[in-house]
Design a binder for this molecule. Sequence first.
Ligand code: ATP
Ligand code: MG
Length: 414
Amino acid sequence: MKQSLLFVPTMKEAPKDAEVKSHRLMSRAGLMKQTASGIYTYLPLGQKVMNHIESIIREEHDAIGASELLMPAMQPKDLWEESGRWYEYGPELVRFEDRKEREFCLGPTHEEVITAVVRDHIDSYKKLPLALYQIQTKFRDELRPRFGLMRGREFVMKDLYTFSESEEDLDYWYEVSKKTYRKIFNRIGLDTKIVASDTGQIGGKVAHEFMVMSEVGEDTTVFCDTCEYAANKEFAGLSSGDACPNCNEGTIQEAKGIEVGNIFKLGTKYSESMNAYFTDRDGLRKPLIMGCYGLGVSRTLMAAVEQHSDENSILWPESITPFHLHVLPLKMNDDVALQMANDIHDALLKTHSVLIDDRDERPGVKFKDADLIGIPYRVIVGKDAKDGKVEYINRYTGEKSVIDKDELIAKFSG
Ligand code: ATP
Ligand code: MG
């Protein structure tokens, strides 16, 4: 791909309201652009990373037998009246009327819609369990949108919903989803802690959050220095120095975290209020037993930038990098170097995603932008091109070498 054709509007300065590093970097690297407060455009590079994250999410959800669907963002008031949340949900819910003065909201979450979709078709235990997910834009008119994609008013979420005939089956899906989330975050290169949390607005009995430990996180996690115990501070009411309530031996510590996922055992809250019943093995009518599992896709992108960067550069994990190789011909009027850079681009394109910086810019500008953009493997084609050589940098290891063009191609083709 030619960088001159890719729209990557890098900037020297970050927007004034960018308080955290990832927000500054995402703006400066031309990954996203603010359209209104808490509302962003994903620019081509950012969208590429989003697509990679979404692919990983899809692969791992398909692997557990969940199927993807897509529900509407525009949701009728009557469904939210059935669940009771039209009145419980505060001003975060974006409400409006259509031209016939019927009331709607823009979905901040989809328990109502999914329950309404499923209830007409699942009448027997024979059709259970069911696991349905979507990757979709959510709307929440947050009081304080901030930190870019971290707390947006419009953001991308993956939401999975499970329907079970028994508590045991719900427990099974809950554990499967926990493992799946762990896998997803590992693949994205994010270390997460699973913490017990409150069920809040969504309701239900048991909930856990997935936290990426980070100073810029809005949540505080309390955890034991000896056993596995970890909880959201708000939920646990513990402070650092307290004795661990789980093992009684360890001491509680505190750390800030970014909540990238939240899973809930909903039980029958929505199936009862919205009349989603099935006939069980004994012929009895029972409400479906539900679980819901949210993963903040755009917030995860932001957390990945926060963890894999310093103030002036990103270094993408291989699994989500927008391109694998960045080829930098340093002078566009050096025909030999340019030809070589193009040859490398063309040869490696078969097996890798390659970006070539074909812009007529000074080397200093190219290097600065390359650091910002964060592609892990870099090939610099400069004055050694006349001897058939390029400089190769592996940004993960810091390893630099001057090697033959053919050797480089072989290295990546092998
Ligand atoms: P928070 O406490 O951060 O407001 P929440 O408990 O309201 O989150 P859920 O309703 O469980 O979040 O949504 C599932 C996931 O969606 C969250 O774990 C988070 O990663 C993401 N998310 C929630 N609100 C936002 C937002 N305003 N902007 C970006 N991502 C969000
Ligand atoms: Mg919230």
